[in-house]
Design a protein around this ligand. Sequence first.
Ligand SMILES: [Zn+2]
Length: 215
Amino acid sequence: MTIALIASVIIIMASASEEESSITPELALQKLMEGNLRYAEGNASHPHQSPERRAELISGQHPFAVILGCSDSRIPPELIFDQGLGDVFVIRTAGEVVDNASLASIEYAVEHLGVPLVMVLGHDSCGAVTAAVQGGEAEGHLGSLMDFIRPAVEQAREAGEGSDLLNGSIDNNVFNIVEALKSSQPVLSEKVEAGELMILGARYRLDSGLVEILE
Ligand SMILES: [Zn+2]
């Protein structure tokens, strides 16, 4: 490698690092939603997947968002937000439930990588939430997963969402996780209070491919 080439690679790496580490929560959200629109409309640009991007990232990562999503194979965050290598820090569990390992992963991204946005992403027809709505015996470790989701189902029942119990439960589950993360100590609650971190819920629509922010 020539000296000029090495210098230009260093400049590219420095500028990428500076740009992404100073991003605001609002701009991070805008980037996600713009990428989702490209994907939903069939105009995905598949950014940041080249050998050059891979080389840029050898020295470190500066993802701009954490996505806590469901393990469901239909909702891979990098695809539905049209992002690439080094862009999003992803944690996936069935029903996007949070255990200590996933909470620690989020804390790492926020504290050590400076990520300004955490999106909790539920979705239509979630199998984990459907199982919690149906109740009954859960095999193996599924029981602990159901324990986590069950309060969302109870809330939907109490709210009288009998005909739409599943959809109400899916949204409640996202809201419950968002609230738990916002009040999580240490790290997350302090960052939220300081205005350095936005934590919000969203829902992926299987038919349109669009992500809708849950208010
Ligand atoms: Zn799911």
